[in-house]
Design a protein around this ligand. Structure first.
Ligand code: G3H
Ligand code: 13P
Ligand code: ZN
Length: 341
């Protein structure tokens, strides 16, 4: 099956009440791990690459690896997504490279760090929507800025700034109407990386109520949760058992993600959990076999550890078993639908 527009996956997920994991990739083993888990669980899947991933891999390697993934898995609908595009130019270069979905993250200015104005966000997102939809490509936008609101914890914004930049449910409807985006990423107190919360998150720092409020107002809008790694204690423990030094930390519990899925969340971004799984497996091999030097000796267990995480997420999010039901829609057909033709 060719790569499909992400919108098709999200529409099917909404119709059937499940969520789709969007897993970040930087190399062949990660793509293989996602595809193995998807094939085993018969899951539609979103594979995503950040700007950093694109420059690490080189677009040509990434494009051909994804074509291989599609060729080897003809029954799995796969969307290829640009994660956190920082400008229209980044998003349009992804479209040119064959990505079937892009995120225009206009919640931050082009430096990817500074919170932007509403007007800037609408302007750059609209620009991307116009160009991407003409090619049938899906657009995710973000309103509000990610960042931990637990005191002194979480990457990115300070606690105060993160609280001030939670998505405003009252603004969400206007933003979706102003931009024409296909999916809306929301800021609810999560942050990227392993250090999200110092203790198991409660409703004051993981604001699932914001998602519920937005979904009540916009029941037909596909919502996206970023920073959704669960940071399993056992994966951190493996890293620490074999020479790592990670402090106690907590992520987003799967039960909270499932609650989000009941309230309109259709795309769930997971990167860190896979990084933890792979790193733990590599540390273990090298600790137990100090003489090992063939990369396959540690990359195979690393890949297998990632398959376990992705498989578990696919089952938890409800996408397992859904691959066969997703309609096959080409980019051209999507472009016609967007154009009303
Ligand atoms: O956006 C966050 C993802 O985990 C990607 O991270 O920018 O280090 O590739 P990255
Ligand atoms: P995690 O760091 O929680 O895996 O989040 C990844 C993400 O949101 C990518 O956009
Ligand atoms: Zn993100």
């Amino acid at each position: 099956m060719p790569l499909v527009p992400m919108r098709v996956l999200l529409d099917h997920a909404a119709e059937h009440g499940y969520g789709v994991g969007a897993f970040n990739v930087n190399n062949m083993e990660q793509i293989q791990a996602i595809m193995q888990a998807a094939a085993e669980t018969e899951s539609p899947v979103i594979v995503q690459a950040s700007r950093g991933a694109r420059s690490y891999t080189n677009d040509a390697y990434l494009r051909h690896l994804m074509l291989a993934a599609a060729e080897l898995n003809p029954r799995i609908p796969i969307a290829m997504h640009q994660d956190h595009g920082n400008s229209p130019a980044t998003c349009l270069s992804a479209v040119a490279q064959g990505f079937t979905s892009v995120m225009m993250d206009g919640s931050l200015t082009e430096d990817g760090k500074t919170p932007s104005s509403y007007e800037y966000n609408v302007r750059v997102t609209r620009e991307v929507v116009k160009a991407a939809h003409a090619k049938g490509v899906t657009v995710e936008a973000e309103l509000g800025c990610l960042g931990g609101i637990e005191d002194g914890h979480g990457a990115g914004l300070s606690a105060e700034a993160a609280l001030a930049h939670l998505t405003d449910p009252a603004q969400a409807g206007q933003f979706v109407a102003d931009t024409g985006c296909d999916a809306l990423a929301v800021a609810i107190g999560t942050s990227h990386g392993a250090y999200k919360f110092k203790r198991k998150p409660t409703g004051d720092v993981l604001r699932m109520d914001v998602i519920e409020d937005i979904h009540r107002r916009l029941p037909d809008t596909h919502l996206v949760m970023h920073g959704s790694s669960s940071v399993p204690e056992e994966l951190v423990a493996i890293i620490n058992r074999f020479g790592g030094k990670m402090p106690e930390t907590y992520g987003v519990p799967l039960a909270e993600i499932r609650r989000g899925i009941q309230h309109g969340v259709r795309k769930i971004n997971v990167d860190t959990d896979n990084r933890l799984a792979m790193t733990g497996a590599i540390r273990k091999v090298l600790h137990e076999n100090p003489g090992a030097f063939d990369p396959r000796d540690y990359l195979k267990p690393a890949r297998a550890a990632m398959v376990d995480v992705v498989r578990e997420r696919m089952v938890a999010f409800g996408q397992a078993g859904q691959a066969g039901g997703v309609p096959v829609v080409s980019l051209d057909e999507m472009a016609r639908r967007y154009g009303g033709r």
